[in-house]
Design a protein around this ligand. Sequence first.
Ligand SMILES: [Zn+2]
Length: 225
Amino acid sequence: MCVICTDPIESLVDATELNCNGCPLVSAIPASLVRLHTLWCCDCPALVSIPDTLVRLTFLNCSGCPLLASIPATFTRLTRLDCHHCPRLTAIPPTLTILTRLECSSCPRLAAIPSTLTNLVRMNCSDCRLLTRIPYALTRLSRVSHFGCPWLPENAVAYPTHFPSLLRLQRWFRHGRKQVFKRVLRTRAFNEFVFHPDRIGGKLVKRQMEAELGVMRPAKQQRVE
Ligand SMILES: [Zn+2]
């Protein structure tokens, strides 16, 4: 239980800071709390979304929320964002241009850090297994933690191949090759070649026919004599 669950909304409307950490009941932050500049809502197992009306937020910690799927793009005043351990989070909004600190470790669906976050100084993106690069535009970035990010250059000793091209290659093998293979198998030229009496297909067919028509064998033996 937290203030959102226990207090009437009217008493919260003027709040500039709110903490509902660890509340098992809260599923949404009231959209009317537009004066908030600091919001703590970590480890809320039922929290699905944060309303995009909280545009004055400068600090947001929403880490450990298993159902939270997005951070509103309207939070352009954020300077610090903690959103680690959010398994449904797929993106950091590119509009958070004055963000200086980003904690987004263990977000398994996070595939990119926007190149527009040019004010970032500190970032922890450890265990973001889909991250393929840290944009060159983040020139102020001086402290980065990225343990367990297999595709980031410093960690990519065993994987010289760039991740997207590897994915393309895998897709081509999975779909493309099978299609090409099927098309070749269906052609008359291929079948005539393989099932020619002197080649493997033809020999297999002959052996099969012999097995089925066992009665033919005596005739073959007679010819040998
Ligand atoms: Zn609560």
